[in-house]
Design a protein around this ligand. Structure first.
Ligand code: IPM
Ligand code: MN
Length: 326
């Protein structure tokens, strides 16, 4: 059997890291039936297309999507981010963004579960009197009980399946007293259903210190969309670098295909030079295989990437090396 995968290399180094991820999957023997989608800033500059509803409808028939990176300096901020990446996350209801972090020396091993469809990313807000000296801009944070609860529930299930069974909620309940209160109550109510999972709470500013000084304290973390965005860049930086940070945008209910992508961006400064680290894309591919039930192939890819110090060389050399090890 063969999985139907939509592949979106995107922009910049996306074109370089995705072929390496596909090369490594091929080396595992798992068979993919891939469909390429030319989307991103470069495509938008050519013909103005970002992502149509017809393409989204087509994707519903796929098993998963693999994305490289999107973003081009010539396109104004927000066009591709909101029109492509966030549209994928929202329209396909990819409500969990799962981002694992492993220290190169194995001293920490934690997973951030970032709520992926709400918060400040929802796009609530607007301008009043724009362009005048009295202009007003508001940007709200949308938090639904349903949205918060399903994400927290996923995090508890994940924590319960791990050895340490520890879950930390990160928020800013001392200042964001409306959203924070909803998160806090939901977290405590769901916690009562998981007596085997020990819990903790950190304010997001304190979590930044712990990420740098004592990341060993974490097992699974659950947090909102914007805190999760910021924290996972920091987590990447303290876990060998952003070049190793992988992610899965998951629809745990499997009512639509999940999407897997490295945490990094399109890196226009190093694009086209065969210099980008393909490991983040390769580990995202491993997560995709595991989500599809190919746990053995996923584990073999992870093992092949474990000795990060040995993964040096050009993009293609690192891809070849990992492929030779799986
Ligand atoms: C990420 C990225 C995106 C986000 C951007 C490109 C919209 O930074 O996946 O972390 O903010 O979610
Ligand atoms: Mn980010």
């Amino acid at each position: 059997m063969s999985y139907k995968i939509g592949v979106i290399p995107g922009d910049g180094i996306g074109h370089e890291v995705i072929p390496e991820a596909l090369k490594v999957i091929a080396a595992t023997g798992v068979s993919l039936d891939t469909v390429d989608y030319d989307l991103g800033g470069e495509r938008y500059l050519r013909d103005g297309i970002v992502l149509t509803d017809d393409t989204i409808a087509e994707w519903r028939g796929l098993d998963a999507l693999l994305l490289g990176a999107v973003g081009t300096p010539e396109v104004p901020p927000g066009v591709i981010e909101r029109g492509l990446l966030l549209k994928m996350r929202f329209d396909l209801d990819l409500y969990v963004n799962q981002r694992p972090f492993l220290a190169p020396d194995g001293s920490h091993d934690f997973i951030v579960i970032r709520e992926n469809t709400e918060g400040t990313y929802a796009g609530e807000g607007g301008f009043l009197r724009k362009g005048t000296p009295a202009e007003i801009a508001t940007q709200g944070s949308v938090n639904t009980r349903m949205g918060v609860e399903r994400c927290i529930r996923y995090a508890f299930e994940l924590a319960a399946s791990r050895e340490r069974k520890h879950l930390t909620m990160v928020h800013k309940t001392n200042v964001l007293t409306f959203a924070g209160d909803l998160w806090d109550r939901t977290f405590n109510e769901v916690a009562a259903e998981y007596p085997a999972v020990s819990t903790a709470y950190n304010h997001v500013d304190a979590a930044c210190i712990y990420f740098v000084e004592n990341p060993q304290r974490y097992d699974v973390i659950v947090t909102d969309n914007l805190f999760g965005d910021i924290l996972t860049d920091l987590a990447g930086a303290v876990s060998g670098g952003i070049g190793f940070a992988s992610s899965g945008n998951l629809n745990p209910d499997r009512t639509s295909p999940s999407m897997f992508e490295p945490v990094h961006g399109s890196a226009p400064d190093i694009a086209g030079q065969n210099k980008a680290n393909p490991v983040a894309a390769i580990l995202s591919a491993a997560m995709m295989l595991e989500f599809l039930g190919e746990t053995d192939a996923g584990a073999r890819i992870r093992a092949a990437c474990a000795d990060t110090e040995s993964l040096v060389g050009s993009t293609t050399e690192v891809g070849d090396l990992v492929a030779s090890r799986v």
